[in-house]
Design a protein around this ligand. Structure first.
Ligand code: ADP
Ligand code: ASP
Ligand code: MG
Length: 403
């Protein structure tokens, strides 16, 4: 018997009509002889609406209460889908955070899964019913409700697939698969039949929100193939899986863009050992992840430090960096959110030289200024002005012949 975990995103459960269509699809998959576990997101727009309500009441609402608030979005869609399934004659049971026994750490708004107990899913399946799991949420050791970060239902889906050793995790969304770049930004984007875990990991961490990065990490670690596809059609989507060694790797597979970055510049830091460790240590203590980092050549015993963080960490980053700057006797701290990070990704970059130079030349020809650069074995990222981001994506996509 094949065991499939199917995760449905916000647009796929956005209306009652869509929920009925999902029930139909789940029922068809069961009729083909598969065991199915379903994971759902909140109805499209619901998470933002709930976040908005909390923020209307307070500029800095308690993160614990915000997690309790937003987790309700997924509870609603899980219950509605279970009702729709039962109505079609398919026995189903919705399961929310504490019932799924998905235990996380206690970092509200971006908790990490620690353990999953497969018993609630197995017993529901053995009772002949479809478990319909509210995605995005778990509980910490004290029983508080936590959420897994925006887009976190993808991670719920893949983590359950790993815990149950499922054959595949199908992720249903509003596009036909994973494209060479965001099809909603670049009309020439082309659907990929396959992409490696590593390439997808880079794309996801670089702003391709089609999959949450942690879902790809878990899929890679446990070797769970992801089939990303549309819930609006029956067409085959994209398989995210292990690298096929028999094939020559493509040099550039995709282009990604992240408009949620904030550039932080700390001026006139004392140029002595331990200062940078102090800055990044304080950020890490506050669960703030840093991406691009540049330090200028010291002058008169002082150097400037520039790095990027994500927008959701802006307020905390401001507090932490201003405090550390005072403590170490540094100059002013400036935060800019008018930046974007554009990146090219491809497993073939390992064995090809000159790819970064080509990227810089293409941006220069468009008079796009590069403010910071980072690279890995299989990617190059440039921080640029946010206003020029879409133009940069199209330029790189065409320049590397991805259309
Ligand atoms: P869901 O609500 O189903 O989780 P998301 O909005 O989180 O859907 O993710 C799907 C969106 O990801 C698409 O509508 C598309 O705009 C965006 N996206 C960004 N990069 C890519 C890419 N390379 N391929 C496909 N979609 C992408
Ligand atoms: N509903 C959550 C969000 O909007 C989780 C998800 O959709 O995956 O971020
Ligand atoms: Mg998503």
């Amino acid at each position: 018997m094949t065991l499939i975990v199917q995760k449905y995103g916000g647009t796929s459960v956005g209306t009652l009509e869509r929920i009925r269509a999902v029930a139909e699809r789940v029922s068809a998959s069961r009729a083909q002889g598969n065991d199915v576990v379903v994971v759902v997101s909140a109805m499209a727009g619901e998470t933002n609406r709930l976040l908005g309500l909390g923020k209307e009441l307070s500029k800095r609402p308690s993160e614990r209460e915000m997690d309790s608030l937003v987790a309700t979005g997924e509870q609603v869609s899980a219950a509605l889908l279970a009702i729709a399934l039962s109505e079609r004659g398919v026995p189903a049971r919705s399961l929310v955070g504490h019932q799924t026994r998905i235990f996380t750490d206690g970092v509200y708004t971006k908790a990490r899964i620690r353990t999953i107990d497969d018993a609630p899913f197995r017993s529901t399946i053995n009772a002949g019913a479809v478990p319909v799991v509210a995605g995005f949420q778990g509980v910490d050791a004290e029983g508080n409700i936590t959420t897994l970060g925006r887009g976190g239902s993808d991670t719920t889906g893949v983590a359950i697939a790993a815990a149950l050793k499922a054959d595949v995790c199908e992720i249903y969304t509003d596009v036909d698969g994973i494209f060479t770049t965001d099809p909603n930004i670049c009309k020439e984007a082309r659907k990929l039949d396959r992409i490696t875990f590593e390439e997808m990991l880079e794309l996801a961490s670089l702003g391709a929100k089609v999959l949450q990065i942690r879902s790809v990490e878990i899929a890679m670690k446990y070797g769970i193939p992801i089939h990303l596809r549309s819930s609006f059609s029956d067409s085959q989507g994209t398989i995210v899986g292990a690298e096929d060694k028999s094939l020559e790797s493509v040099v550039v597979t995709g282009v990604a863009c992240d408009k949620n970055d904030v550039k932080v510049t700390m001026r006139e830091l004392p140029d002595k050992p331990g200062i940078v460790a102090r800055v990044f240590g304080s950020l890490a203590d506050n669960n703030i992840s840093v991406d691009m980092i540049i330090q200028t050549e010291p002058r008169g015993g002082k150097a400037d430090l520039t790095f990027t963080v994500t927008h959701s960490d802006l307020a905390r980053t401001k507090d932490v960096t201003e405090r550390v700057a005072r403590e170490i006797g540094a100059g002013e701290v400036k935060l800019h959110d008018d930046v974007a990070k554009v990146s090219i990704v491809g497993a073939g970059m390992r064995s090809h030289s000159g790819v970064a130079a080509k990227m810089f030349r293409m941006l220069a020809d468009q008079k796009i200024n590069i403010q910071a650069i980072t690279t890995s074995e299989i990617r190059v990222s440039c921080l640029i002005d946010k206003k020029e981001a879409d133009q940069a994506v199209r330029t790189l996509h065409n320049g590397f012949g991805l259309g």
